[in-house]
Design a protein around this ligand. Structure first.
Ligand code: BGP
Length: 475
């Protein structure tokens, strides 16, 4: 199988990490408007007092809200075939439970999508990329409450209808799999995904399991709704998965690695196989966790099967030894893999892991896959010639695209697109920094809030343009 002629080359961004304009045109307060900047060593803080000066990152971000037209010109110049954006829920329903949507919010996304279409760039729209209105957390308890599913579906309906005929590819959720009752999830992930403070949860495992279940039901229902509103819609879900390698060949450690990796797949099982997996219910029961399964959920799982799977891939990890309380991923300081180098933020660089993940997932479900995020977070500096020579980023992407090609051409994986994360520099989700840059395009915005917001193509910009032009024949 060759790479398809219409292979979707492009990039992925998320509203809260690039738009800024946090309080403009009727936008409500979203959970990410309340997180301070952190760093790899010092995690982001949740700022309940909501003081603007400490919550800079997502308030202004890279001002994509006002500058998207000039950014799309650059994406088009690179030859992008697709751009994955997210809709900020709090722009559409400022409180989440409002009876009417905010017209200006809808208009923004309609114009943004029109602009992409104007340049022949396929919009791929994520409906939930950590942008929940804070009111839903405060009043209803976020995803731990089933009522949130209904608010989410109202929001989905509004957007399916508003962008009908313009958007074909939809993503119900980004990385819901990081809510994991088996792992001592860091405060920041529980907060990013559900707006809740992990350390303040009374019954952590029970709450996280309930959130995971409710989001899974919500995704299935959104898939069905998307199909009802337009039968041309292709509705998928995006997962952030790290292949997990055993620490050695001791069979108990191999089993342990399997279990750790498998934890990230139960929601995909539910969304692809048409029912919530029995093994998960049994496992929860064993741990004293009770999931509230409603009689109607059976039909929701059966009807709401995914059309495609989106995969965010950054790194692989090594499972803890059997008997260890829990495993921490490579992204959060888990065991080191002596065969691999890491980024400045400690994330392993493992191109072969991408081939492994694509094969593993495709053989399990047989569904088309799109790589929805991949990239290297690095510190970029201008050289004396006034340019950014990000050969380290080119090297990272080149090696990953090589493995992607092998997965498609040799292993026959049906993968229909490759989107890099943050094709333009934006705010880091886990640390809130600008310093952790992923872009082909540099944005003059610094961690202290200074900067002109000027956009400058890096060396990788010109390189990726050639990759797209040659459909990756020319790496
Ligand atoms: C993924 C998220 C993105 C993005 C990316 C990189 O998990 O879907 O939103 O931010 O990770 O992470 P970071 O920005 O923390 O480097």
């Amino acid at each position: 199988m060759k790479l398809k002629e219409n292979f979707l080359w492009g990039g992925s961004i998320a509203a809260h990490q690039c738009e800024g304009a946090w309080n403009e045109d009727g936008k409500g307060i979203g959970i990410m408007d309340l997180v301070t900047k952190g760093s790899y060593e010092t995690p982001r803080r949740i700022d309940k007092t909501f003081q603007q000066e400490t919550t800079y990152p997502s308030h202004e971000a890279i001002d994509f809200y006002h500058k998207y037209k000039e950014d799309i010109v650059l994406f088009a110049d690179m030859g992008f075939k697709a751009l994955r954006i997210s809709i900020d829920w709090s722009r559409i329903y400022p409180n989440g439970d409002d009876s009417e949507p905010n017209k200006l919010g809808i208009l923004f996304y309609q114009e943004l999508v029109d602009e992409l279409i104007k340049y022949g760039i396929e919009p791929i729209v994520t409906l939930y990329h950590f942008e929940m209105p804070i009111h839903l957390v405060k009043k209803y308890g976020s995803w731990a409450n089933r009522q949130t599913i209904d608010f989410y579906l109202t929001f989905c309906r509004t957007m399916f209808e508003a962008l009908k005929g313009k958007v074909k590819y939809w993503v119900t959720f980004n990385e819901m799999n990081h809510i994991d009752p088996q792992t001592e999830t860091s405060d920041i992930f529980t907060y990013i995904i559900a707006g809740l403070k992990f350390s303040e949860l009374e019954d952590r495992r029970q709450t996280l399991a309930t959130i995971g279940y409710n989001m899974t039901v919500a995704s299935c229902k959104a898939v069905t709704l998307g199909h009802e509103i337009d039968s041309n819609n292709q509705v998928g879900c995006v997962f952030g998965i790290e292949p997990v390698y055993p620490v050695d060949c001791n069979p108990v450690n191999v089993m342990n690695a399997f279990k750790q990796m498998d934890r990230d797949f139960y929601q995909i099982d539910a969304m692809c196989n048409g029912k919530f997996p029995e093994y998960k219910v049994a496992e929860y029961k064993d741990q004293g966790i009770k999931i509230e399964i409603m009689p109607e959920d059976k039909g929701s799982f059966a009807d709401g099967r995914l059309d495609f799977i989106g995969m965010n891939y950054y790194a692989s990890s090594v499972a803890e030894y059997e008997g260890a309380e829990e495993g921490r991923s490579a992204l959060f300081g888990g065991l080191q893999n002596p065969f691999l180098e890491t980024s400045k933020w400690g994330w392993t660089i493992d191109p072969t892991g991408l081939r492994y993940l694509l094969n593993y997932t495709y053989r399990k479900y047989g569904l088309p896959i799109i790589i929805t995020e991949n990239g290297l977070g690095a510190v970029d500096e201008f050289s004396e010639d006034g340019k950014i020579h990000d050969d380290y980023r080119i090297d990272y992407l080149q090696k990953h695209i090589e493995q992607l090609k092998i997965a498609i051409e040799v292993d026959q994986v049906d993968c229909f697109g490759y989107l890099t994360w943050g094709p333009i520099d934006l705010v880091s989700a886990t640390t809130g920094e600008m310093k952790k840059r992923y872009g082909f395009i540099y944005v003059d915005k610094q961690d202290d809030g200074t900067g002109t917001l000027e956009r400058t193509p890096k060396d990788s910009y010109h390189w990726f343009k050639k990759v797209i032009q040659s459909n990756a024949e020319n790496l």
